[in-house]
Design a protein around this ligand. Structure first.
Ligand code: ZN
Length: 113
């Protein structure tokens, strides 16, 4: 369960940004999560509940923005969504790489001053 460490980092990051800005409370976090990311949003929510207690982020809402997976062909450069066989639909090459969908990051926070 690596979500515990991830959630702790998110909390630290949010507080690090909010406190110098004079925020009294953090009300929401906007997170970006890729379709291929191994991060489970329900687990992040679960850990957030108790990790945020007693901090200025207590009770903050978590919003997850989902990024669909796309792949790029190294041979012809075609970009395409995930398919069953991970082959390029344009040239049938299997030399494909993930272009997007593995991300997980804190995009923005909402605060009360
Ligand atoms: Zn191709």
């Amino acid at each position: 369960m690596h979500e515990l460490g991830i959630t702790q980092n998110l909390l630290n990051l949010a507080v690090q940004y909010a406190e110098p800005a004079g925020a009294r409370r953090i009300t929401a976090l906007h997170l970006v999560i890729g379709e291929l990311s191994s991060v489970v949003d329900d687990s992040v929510r679960f850990y957030w509940e108790f990790l945020s207690q007693g901090t200025i982020a207590q009770g903050a809402a978590l919003h997850f923005e989902r990024i669909p997976a796309t792949f790029e062909c190294r041979d012809c450069g075609a970009v395409f969504p995930r398919n069953a066989n991970f082959m390029c639909p344009a040239c049938r090459s299997d030399r494909v790489q993930v272009k997007q969908g593995e991300e997980f990051y804190l995009k923005s926070i909402e605060v009360e001053e």
